[in-house]
Write a protein that binds this ligand. Sequence first.
Ligand code: GTQ
Length: 350
Amino acid sequence: MNDTARFDTLGRLEDLPQDYRDELTAQNLVPLWPSLRAVLPPNVPTRNTRPIHWSYSALRPLLMQAGELTPIEKAERRVLVLANPGHGLENMKVSPAMYLGMQLLLPGEWAPAHRHTPNAVRMIVEGAGATTTVGGQKCPMERGDLILTPTGLWHEHEHDGDKPVVWLDVLDLPLVYYAEASYVIEGERQTVSPMRGDPVYARGGLLPTPMFERGSADYPVLRYPWAEARAALLALADHQPDLDAVQVTYVNPETGRDAQNNLGFYALMLRPGQTLNLPARSPSQVFHVVEGQVQARIVGSTFDLQDADTCCAPGYEAVTLKNLRNEPSFLFIADESPLHRKLGVYERRD
Ligand code: GTQ
């Protein structure tokens, strides 16, 4: 018997006598063989993650309406979740391990301090004058900045500007929730300490080493300004004209490893008119346009992404990105690579 035939020969539940099945159920027992192919499908995993596009111009009015309908005191975090229907909207996930939300903070509002087990990052989408205070460090929020809120750190958001501020939250909430480890602790307004890591780590190749000792903080940098990421991408593109994927990874400068535990974060520049083929890799991905206009082809879907649009791709699928402008376009990417590497399941299929 060859391998292909073997996939059709397993017994079904209906093949078993009803009284035997009832007896199994009564003892909390389940026969594996009728479900074996479902949990271990041949060659490619079953994926519920569908390619989905969220247009910022379509969701923005609804987010602003939420600002009128629900005061911050009634929301704590005023967020519209970008949910993948493939996972069931009510499950609030974009992919198995990633949660995405657009959060609105209006002038004068304060989203109170709390800390939780899931890891979060914020990618600032619009507005100025808001800050998020993470672990006592006050971080200004400007378009394109990436601000970390790692597991367990106190955080609160406040807004002294005069226009709405919006940002994209990316959390590993579905993963931590699945692990039955997701919870929050409410807190008081934090005492702000003087800026910690960001300025002293601003030069990539130079680390602070007082008395020859490396820093020991788990998260030495909490805010990665867009201006730095953009400049790094432009320098890379300029220095390596033949390089296809002009991409940088947000890392912890002390370790050189991914900035957070489970999700990976990257900035990608597409040259004017460039088409970039990303290989099929096991992790699911999210793409958010920081600046520009990009066509994304993901499995059978083609999305024309404008400024501040977001889309997602299931794992094990190639993605083609095309810059629709005659200027560089810039994307923020989040994926599940660190998790897949930890699990030992990371793969690339060319
Ligand atoms: O800003 O702390 O989108 O706790 C979901 C949960 C944002 C936040 C979210 C949160 C936050």
